[in-house]
Design a binder for this molecule. Structure first.
Ligand SMILES: Cc1ncc(COP(=O)(O)O)c(C=O)c1O
Length: 389
């Protein structure tokens, strides 16, 4: 199988698996225990925290391990909106955010908070000036803007958004789940208060993530209990996965500083070029300039994305229509809708996304297969009978 769905999840890196296995097999002690076998585990927890912190230029005590991006988003939003209430009850976010932000926003709007949902333009870009005019001094508690969009890869103007939030006394959260390991992310250069990460998007297992909480801000814990994670996220630590996330973070940092991101971009660009030459009516969704190097959201006019998924799966190519990580059934993409695309356009869109595990050779094969499947689909629809074999 040619796996081009890295934005949904990535395979565990063999080196990551290697470091996590002893924590499933041998090092089972609870890191809070006092005997010597627990000290090995405690040491590994400290190291994983340092490794994750280093990926975003944070201090280790600003990192809290969670169960993933969804929990991190819920915890950050819940903390900010609880701490500021009833003084400030305004929350600003963007229409193209992941459901792990939009659903908490909806829930909080049921309890005396009001939410503003910012628009994006037809390229998926947020206008930072519009954000600026929406932040209300003394009223806005939190601004949450994702670093990179999961469906289109479009990047947000994070520096400006964070600055404008702070200029008016609001806290700033970013869902950086899709940005981590793909582009440099630094909390040193950008004034961020909360930042969400997810291990399975960069070759650690599913079910582990982290929340960066700046030393500048307070945090109201969401999950209460035994006081693990500096009292910020209770529950015995998911050690094997935490160790894995630490190792994966270290490897991504290394790859980012070398050739990694460039190699991924050249695969994505070669893929798009082949498709554009063979199928010139194909449209790229989202800004070409402000986009993750690994993501390609393509609209094939006249083609049914659901049928294409089946055809491509039969040929051994895994990709997705819209965002595959939160639903089994296909439904119109809220992201494309917010960009002004109609249902027909959205229904003809496929997302391809690359990771370090892909090769140029398989990328070329995948492009040929996509071209063949789209051409076949078009010829069948012209003939009036669509058969999926
Ligand atoms: C932008 C974004 N935020 C949050 C999440 C949720 O992360 P997790 O699967 O770790 O809960 C995802 C998952 O696809 C995502 O793409």
């Amino acid at each position: 199988m040619i796996y081009l769905d890295a934005n949904a999840t990535t395979p565990i890196d063999p080196e990551v698996l290697e470091v996590m296995l002893p924590f499933l097999r041998d090092h089972y002690a609870n890191p809070s225990a006092s005997y010597s076998s627990a000290r090995v585990v405690k040491k590994a927890l400290v190291m994983a925290r340092e490794q994750v912190a280093a990926l975003i230029d944070a201090a280790p005590d600003e990192i809290v391990f969670t169960s993933g991006g969804t929990e991190s988003n819920n915890a950050a939003i819940g903390s900010a909106l609880t701490l500021s209430h009833p003084r400030k009850s305004h929350f600003i976010t963007v229409k193209t955010e992941h459901p792990a932000v939009l659903e908490p926003a909806k829930r909080w709007s049921e309890s005396e908070r009001y939410v503003s949902y910012l628009d994006v333009d037809h390229q998926g870009l947020l206008d930072a000036e519009e954000l600026k005019s929406c932040v209300k001094e003394g009223q806005t508690a939190l601004v949450s803007v994702m670093w990179a969009n999961n469906e289109t890869g479009v990047l947000s103007p994070i520096e400006k958004a964070a600055q404008y939030a702070h200029d008016h006394g609001a806290m700033f959260h970013t869902d950086a789940v899709q940005a981590m390991g793909k582009i440099p992310v630094s909390v040193k250069t950008t004034p961020i208060d909360y930042l969400s990460m997810s291990g399975h998007k960069f070759h650690a297992p599913k079910g582990v993530g982290a929340l960066f909480i700046s030393r500048r801000v307070r945090f109201k814990p969401w999950i209460l209990g035994g006081g693990q994670e500096f009292g910020r996220r209770s529950g015995s630590e998911n050690m094997a996965s935490i160790v894995a996330m630490g190792k994966a973070a270290e490897m991504m940092r290394e790859r980012l500083s070398h050739e990694g991101a460039v190699a991924i971009k050249s695969m994505r660009d070669a893929f798009e070029k082949m498709i554009m030459v063979a199928l010139p009516d194909t449209k790229v969704n989202g800004s070409l300039e402000h986009r993750l190097p690994n993501t390609s959201s393509l609209c094939f006019p006249g083609v049914d994305a659901a049928a294409m998924l089946i055809l491509l799966d039969e040929k051994g190519v895994a990709c997705s229509a819209g965002s595959a990580c939160h639903a089994e059934a296909l439904h119109p993409s809220r992201v494309l809708e917010a960009m002004g695309c109609d249902a027909v356009h959205a229904g003809s869109t496929l997302r391809f996304s690359w990771s370090h595990f892909n090769t140029m050779a398989e990328t070329v094969i995948a492009a040929d297969l996509v071209i063949a499947c789209v051409s076949k689909f078009k010829s069948l629809t012209v003939a009036g009978s669509v058969k999926l074999n």
